[in-house]
Design a protein around this ligand. Structure first.
Ligand SMILES: Cc1cc2nc3c(=O)[nH]c(=O)nc-3n(C[C@H](O)[C@H](O)[C@H](O)COP(=O)(O)O)c2cc1C
Length: 280
């Protein structure tokens, strides 16, 4: 990472100047790495040494976990045929194959169900909250893996698109009852330094003592304009052009409505229930 001051990092992350006081506070390397992070989708053809992968998996397992329940599993897909099958299903994401490694982070209540069974106790928590806890645990593990990898000079792409193929993924990777895929992670050595994507201002996302979105519309309009100036959504980036066509100017908020106006994965609940979860 080349940016070293909070001023530089703030400008990259928000497209605006930091306030003087926070700009004056030095940023340590770890914090700077987190603020300056970015998703990069182009990889060198270079393997990740096994010993480094072991360390990255330790990072994944070092995230906080709800009640120490550790309700997640990680599947490393290093069988080329299986990985190619996933890449073929998701034609628009060639980095699934070109990355050095591909992993699938899963929520997992199966292991603890078995432990309850072994102790002769019921597992009386098959409900929406357990599904949610397992999703959060797996997501925290994924982000811990990503931050560790980025700290080691690698980059990662999370891939939620694997959930577009839930039943096929479950079959391909023998994902049993009580386990479900949250996201894949393609990881490798980047061929370029990438660029951070501009985030919403803190005044939109952070609330103090009580939730207040009264200024949201105006602040998002500013953000849209700023983001368009720095990183416009050209025709190739615009979402659902088959339905909405191409806009001359397509700000971030239009991308959101373009995407969310059409249902995504409406069958997902059915898949999760088929994986043996009760979402009651
Ligand atoms: C849960 C999750 C799923 C994602 N799925 C995909 C995906 O399927 N394909 C992809 O290219 N990027 C995916 N991403 C990456 C986001 O597109 C990316 O984080 C976002 O555009 C912001 O860019 P940045 O990470 O560079 O800040 C995913 C990110 C998350 C957290």
């Amino acid at each position: 990472m080349m940016e070293s001051t909070f001023s530089d990092l703030h400008r990259l992350r928000y497209g605006t100047a930091a306030d003087a006081a926070s700009a004056a506070l030095p940023v340590n390397e770890r914090l700077g790495g987190i603020i300056g992070r970015r998703t990069i989708r182009q990889f060198e053809e270079r393997p990740i040494p096994d010993e480094l992968m072991t360390q990255l998996l330790a990072a994944a397992q070092s995230g906080p976990t709800k009640s120490d329940l550790q309700q997640y599993s990680i599947i490393i897909v290093d069988d080329p045929d299986r990985r190619k099958a996933i890449a073929d299903w998701i034609e628009t994401m060639p980095f699934i194959m070109s990355a050095s490694a591909f992993l699938v982070f899963c929520g997992d209540i199966r292991r603890n169900r078995k432990l309850c069974q072994a102790d002769g106790r019921p597992h009386d928590n098959d409900n929406l909250d357990s599904f949610f806890n397992a999703t959060v645990d797996g997501s925290v593990a994924m982000q811990s893996f990503i931050l560790g990898a980025e700290g080691a000079g690698l980059c990662c792409v999370p891939v939620s698109y694997i959930r577009n193929h839930g039943p096929k993924m479950a079959e391909l990777l023998s994902i049993p009852e009580g386990v479900f895929p949250i996201a894949g992670v393609a990881v490798g050595y980047p061929v370029w330094e990438g660029k951070p994507s501009i985030r919403l201002p803190q005044d939109v996302v952070v609330h103090r003592n009580s939730y207040d979105d009264s200024a949201m519309s105006a602040l998002v309009a500013d953000y849209d304009a700023r983001r368009h100036e720095i990183d416009p959504n050209d025709a190739a980036k615009q979402r659902n052009v088959n339905v909405y066509g191409v806009s001359d100017v397509c700000p971030w908020s239009e991308q959101i409505s373009r995407q969310l106006s059409l249902p995504e994965r409406p069958y997902f609940r059915q898949f999760i229930e088929a994986q043996g979860f009760s979402l009651k």
